[in-house]
Write a protein that binds this ligand. Structure first.
Ligand SMILES: Nc1ncnc2c1ncn2[C@@H]1O[C@H](COP(=O)(O)OP(=O)(O)OP(=O)(O)O)[C@@H](O)[C@H]1O
Ligand SMILES: [Mg+2]
Length: 239
């Protein structure tokens, strides 16, 4: 593809890999067009987080290619990939617990002078944050920490977000707020999102497309508004 402006936000082609000799992700194809939300669903241990780590450069690819906005990124170190308009909300230990809320938010920014302006924007989504900048992140509630993770990733105004099971363990009101924030972020700024989820209702509420990962392979995919989407996904999640 020569015209990067027309390239998808994220393109994963024939990607395989895992941990040492153990191949966890097998020949995966996945496209997230600009401004679209794609949900990847799958049971525990199916390779969802492994796939994200491969995209972000934390794990090497055995095969395949990853392109971000038309530029091939596999083989680049994670610190360079992280500067390419991509925000990663990881599943494991995503916050610096001993840093304050404000310090965690600043970690999402490259330009510190923009902090106040960005905070104002993010504070519209999460009004509790501006008042809690000096609080240690580890002392926030579980739901507040999840919101801080999303807020931090929004600080840099990414063009694509990779979000790994953000709804895990959250109460319905927080899940609803996150659904609203992510849908609004896409609507207002055209941010593309790759959403890793097991919460089918949340995922289908905001996604354009879904794909089901089973044992490292995609076994079903389709439009999120298909009448049978939830039923098809639940069939895979319940086996
Ligand atoms: N560091 C590692 N070393 C070896 N194997 C690993 C490692 N991390 C994960 N695995 C294995 O890779 C497989 C996929 O794990 P992964 O974390 O990608 O699953 P997941 O779909 O994200 O699951 P969950 O929904 O529980 O987060 C599992 O069998 C897991 O045991
Ligand atoms: Mg995972």
């Amino acid at each position: 593809m020569t015209d990067a402006a027309k390239a998808p936000a994220l393109s994963v082609r024939g990607v395989s890999g895992g941990y040492g000799a153990a191949i966890v992700v097998k020949n995966v194809d996945l496209t997230v067009p600009e401004g679209r939300i794609v949900a990847v669903l799958g049971k525990n241990g199916m390779g969802k987080t492994t796939l994200l780590k491969m995209i972000m450069g934390f794990l090497p690819l055995h095969q395949g290619e990853v392109h971000l906005f038309g530029k091939r990124i596999n083989g680049e170190p994670p610190y360079l990939i992280a500067r390419r308009n991509i925000a990663f909300c990881p599943q494991e230990q995503p916050l610096f617990q001993d840093l304050t809320v404000g310090e965690n938010l600043r970690l999402g920014l490259f330009d510190d002078d923009a902090f106040e302006a960005k905070l104002e924007k993010v504070g519209v989504h999460f009004p509790f944050l501006p008042d809690r900048l000096r609080q240690r992140a580890g002392t926030l509630s579980g739901g507040e920490q999840k919101m801080l993770i999303v807020a931090r990733s929004l600080m840099a105004s990414p063009r694509i977000m990779l979000i790994d099971e953000i709804t895990e363990g959250l109460q319905p009101s927080v899940i609803e707020r996150l659904a609203h924030v992510l849908a609004e972020q896409r609507r207002a700024e055209g941010t593309a999102i790759l959403l890793i989820e097991q919460h089918v209702t949340f995922a289908l509420a905001i996604a354009d497309e879904y794909a089901v990962l089973n044992q490292g392979e995609f076994v079903d995919r389709g439009p999120a508004n298909a009448a049978d989407a939830a039923e098809r996904i639940n069939r895979h999640l319940s086996i």
